[in-house]
Design a protein around this ligand. Structure first.
Ligand SMILES: C[S@@+](CC[C@H](N)C(=O)[O-])C[C@H]1O[C@@H](n2cnc3c(N)ncnc32)[C@H](O)[C@@H]1O
Length: 353
């Protein structure tokens, strides 16, 4: 049964009452993928590629980027509608820019659940905007606040966004340094499943010399797998749905002096069929409101389409995901290679497509 998303209903209610006002909708991963028809005078910025494609299909004027709001001039919008994100630095980044981008008497609308910190963000925003807090409860623990711009921004004490826009370098447990940033998967650590996959990759293939030809890192994140693969003589393609991930992955490949291609896609759907000798993947559990099984099937379906007939895909998944069963719908040869009690490693060959 489709769950009712009251926060999204609120977003749409505000967008549908914009009439002549120039409005910006900040749409992050919380946005459901069944995008309604476009609304006049509303522009969208979105950081997820699948949503960006859905927005375009539904006729919206939409940009895909990691909320690069600097590109928008001061005092350019009458209204900004934002359902708050999970990451505090991102929420602060958007609220700060909203104040800058709004015209005088323009309004920022914040929508979110108490458990997501909406009450705190609303309070901080009213301090930033130097206006009394105007908020109301919609239903259950869902709240909305409205913030009208009443002053110029020259003497503003901005919220701490930890330099959200900038990539930063971090040293991880393996002693290596990576470019990373808030807003992308596991941005402060190496995923244990991915580390397991890299350690075991030569064993999975039977021979490290098989790491060659055209290789795809499907759902590349900041590029941990890609950077490890870059030492082999391969033609590397890295793809992800998340704009921040693509920025970080490209920077990490440049850092190790590798000429890999970094491209946006929805689970690889925009890449050409039968292109890859090897695909490595640590698939996502969930994204927005999609369930893990829908996403897993999408990743497997695309992997089968993208692999060359004699190619091989190496996946790592959490122990509780029955990938070996699901994958049999897409591959004739599915092998469980290792299981460390937390993660399973599988090879998938002979695509059925
Ligand atoms: C478990 S993480 C693995 C990240 C990276 N490969 C690593 O090992 O650290 C899964 C990745 O899939 C990406 N992702 C989620 N949904 C996606 C989609 N529909 N298409 C492409 N990538 C997606 C996420 O942004 C995330 O970077």
């Amino acid at each position: 049964m489709q769950r009712v998303d009251f926060a999204f209903q609120q977003v749409m209610q505000y967008l549908n009452t914009t009439s002549q006002e120039r409005t910006l909708w900040i749409a992050d991963e919380n946005t459901p993928s069944d995008i309604p028809s476009s609304v006049i005078n509303v522009e969208v910025i979105c950081n997820r590629y699948d949503l960006y494609l859905a927005f375009q299909k539904a006729g919206w004027s939409c940009e895909f980027n990691d909320f690069e709001l600097h590109a928008h001039s001061d005092t350019s919008f009458d209204r900004i509608v934002y359902r708050i994100s999970k990451e505090k630095p991102l929420v602060h980044h958007i609220i700060n820019h909203a104040l800058r981008m709004l015209k005088t008497n323009g309004c920022l609308i914040l929508i979110g659940d108490k458990s997501e910190g909406i009450k705190t963000f609303s309070r901080k925003t009213s301090v930033l905007f130097q206006t009394p807090l105007v908020e109301h409860k919609v239903t259950g623990s869902l709240w909305v606040s409205e913030h009208t711009k009443s002053h110029q921004t020259s003497d503003t004490d901005w919220l701490d966004d930890q330099n959200y826009s900038e990539l930063r370098t971090k040293s991880f447990d393996n002693g290596k340094t990576y470019y990373t940033k808030p807003g992308l998967f596991g941005w402060q650590k190496i995923d244990k499943g991915s580390a397991f996959l890299i350690d075991e990759l030569p064993n999975m293939l039977g021979d490290a010399s098989l790491i060659q030809g055209s290789v795809l890192d499907l759902g590349c994140g900041f590029g941990y797998l890609s950077v490890e693969l870059a030492k082999y003589p391969i033609e590397l393609t890295c793809t992800d749905n998340n704009a921040a991930a693509l920025l970080a992955c490209a920077a990490n490949l440049t850092y190790v002096d590798h000429q890999g291609r970094v491209v946006p896609s929805d689970a690889g759907a925009e890449l050409s069929s039968n292109s890859f000798d090897l695909i490595v993947c640590n698939p996502p559990f969930h994204s927005g409101f999609s369930t893990s099984s829908e996403l897993t099937q999408r990743f497997l379906n695309q992997t089968a389409r993208l692999l060359k007939p004699k190619g091989i895909a190496c996946f790592v998944v959490n122990q509780h995901i029955a990938l070996e069963k699901i994958a049999l719908s897409y591959f004739r040869d599915v092998k469980l290679c290792a299981d460390n009690g937390h993660f399973k490693l599988l090879t998938l060959q002979a695509p059925k497509i």
